[in-house]
Ligand binder design. Structure first.
Ligand code: GDP
Ligand code: ZN
Length: 307
């Protein structure tokens, strides 16, 4: 058949249910395309995906997904074997907390970092609103994360502190900002990229609807070849599942000791000859991080299905 198939590729920058906005080629042209059939039911493409598009009778259709360099995916309770891709081709996850107002919750921070590591992504930490606190105290509080190997940015939208370094770390990368509401995610993006004019509170508006199985989301292209993605599913971090066996690997500072324990299946809880606990006793692992591990391990063991 001599039907002319016009196929082209672009990146999904907005998604709602089965309708995607695709930014074509060099960026000026946006196309609305639907995701149909098998592609939609099996593992639907996500914001950030590069896709091929075909012109069919009735409109543009996404005909395929190009190989992904990374995904931010979750496994929800009850469907452990199925993953839901929230955002594709992410380079890094910026986990944002406020130094105060709201007070930082380290257990929640650890939970976010576990999700980052479980997806094999790069994570950076942003502590915003440092204008409200004593700098020395806040740096002490987050020292365990720096020691674990994370970049920790101390920023203030009010004073402009730390914004230059942060902007540099966003350049040329696709980033996702996560963190509790009210910590200043929208404010940060607005002051990093004046003219962007994100509504304060944006990062949580736009979808709502709570427990949708279909995830919507968007990707904003920014100057400096940076882009920032967001999706409603990111905020339900409490519902994410990580298998208990994968958890030790999700604590960066445990990694040098994994494989050094007496038992190869060591859970690093009460086993004799545990290299992780030995590091804890030597002071090479911070007690607060180890305690988080124990809590998350208990939770994961209780909720993860036994085969
Ligand atoms: P989001 O929910 O994480 O997107 O947070 P918003 O950007 O909506 O900010 C929440 C509130 O914190 C707003 O009232 C901001 O004006 C305020 N805020 C944001 N950044 C800073 C900061 O660096 N210092 C102070 N003192 N307040 C800030
Ligand atoms: Zn161990």
């Amino acid at each position: 058949m001599a039907e002319r198939r016009l196929e082209s590729t672009g990146q999904i920058i907005r998604l709602y249910a089965d309708v995607a906005t695709v930014q074509m080629g060099d960026g000026d042209v946006h196309v609305q395309a639907t995701i149909r059939g098998k592609l939609f039911t099996e593992e639907p493409p996500a914001v950030g995906d590069w896709v091929s598009i075909e012109e069919r009778s009735g409109g543009q259709v996404i005909s395929g997904v190009l190989p992904r360099k990374s995904v931010l995916a979750r496994r929800a309770a009850g469907s452990a074997s199925r993953r839901q891709i929230l955002i594709a081709n992410v380079d890094q996850v910026m986990v944002v907390f406020a130094a105060a107002s709201p007070e930082p919750n380290l257990a929640t921070l650890d939970r976010f970092l576990v999700v980052v590591e479980a997806n094999d992504l790069q994570g950076q930490i942003i502590i915003n609103k440092v204008d409200l606190v004593e700098r020395r105290e806040v740096e002490e509080l987050f020292e365990p994360y720096k020691k674990a190997g994370y970049v920790v940015h101390y920023t203030s939208v009010r004073t402009g502190e730390g914004l230059g370094e942060l902007r540099r770390d966003l350049e040329g990368k696709e980033s996702v900002f996560v963190g509790p509401s009210g910590v200043g995610k929208s404010s940060l993006l607005n002051s990093l990229y004046p003219g962007l004019d994100l509504k304060v509170g944006l990062v949580s508006a736009a979808y709502g609807k709570g427990r949708h199985t279909t995830v919507g989301g968007f990707l904003i292209k920014l100057p400096g070849d940076a882009s920032v993605a967001d999706t409603a599913g990111l905020r339900e971090v409490g519902l994410w599942m990580v298998p208990p066996d994968e958890l030790p690997h999700c604590f960066l500072e445990f990694r040098p000791y994994l494989g050094e324990c007496r038992f190869s299946d060591c859970a690093h809880l009460a086993e004799p000859g545990c290299a992780v606990r030995a590091a804890l006793e030597r002071g090479d692992i911070y007690p607060s991080r180890y305690d988080s591990y124990v809590k998350l391990r208990e939770e994961a063991t209780a909720t993860w299905p036994r085969w």
